[in-house]
Design a protein around this ligand. Structure first.
Ligand SMILES: [Zn+2]
Length: 187
């Protein structure tokens, strides 16, 4: 079970190969390539996707980053819009910035706790091939709904799925011992 470094390092070197293959298939199927900028930003999508399944691991680096990213978004929206405050009719109590910050922090931390609770167990559903396709569709749909450019959305969706599958493949075929990688034999 390789760690964050291994997954990301492998992804970094695999990305150019994926781009070569994508170029090849785009000629083969006579389908346009995405914009240059999309292939550039695709690198970021690819290595994140290649470690994403491990957000179900309690010590995963990406999970911690994700969790605090999520907490920060909740903090931002609770601070600026005060959903919970309005819901509980506490506007008169939480009127100052310091009180709002206190409320936003509390709501943010509770959301972080919820994130911990709903994350499935390690090597559970997130480590399945179905998750890679759902995730790829999500990336495709997300990009498309924002920018409406199919060739770009398709590229990002496909490379994100490949990155995710790359992770599952490494988990399946390699194991790590004292910082060195070994091929799992048999099975
Ligand atoms: Zn994994």
């Amino acid at each position: 079970m390789p760690n964050f470094n291994t997954h990301v390092n492998v992804a970094v070197f695999v990305y150019p190969i994926i781009v070569v293959m994508y170029e090849f298939f785009s000629k083969f199927f006579d389908y346009p390539l995405p914009h240059k900028k999309i292939i550039g930003i695709g690198f970021l999508f690819f290595w994140i996707s290649a470690d994403l399944p491990d957000i179900d691991h309690i010590h995963s680096l990406l999970r911690k980053v994700f969790k605090y990213f999520f907490v920060s978004i909740i903090f931002y929206f609770e601070f600026t819009r005060g959903y919970i405050i309005r819901l509980l009719n506490l506007d008169t109590l939480f009127y100052s910035f310091s009180m709002k910050a206190f409320d936003a922090l509390l709501v943010g931390l509770l959301a972080g706790r919820l994130f911990e609770i709903i994350t499935p167990k390690h090597r559970g559903p997130l480590h399945s091939i179905w998750s890679s396709f759902i995730y790829g569709l999500f990336v495709f749909g997300g990009y498309y709904s924002l920018f409406h450019i199919v060739k770009n959305a398709l590229f990002l969706g496909i490379i994100s799925t490949i990155g995710y599958i790359l992770h599952l493949a490494l988990d399946k075929f390699l194991y790590e011992k004292n910082g060195k990688l070994f091929l799992k034999n048999g099975r």
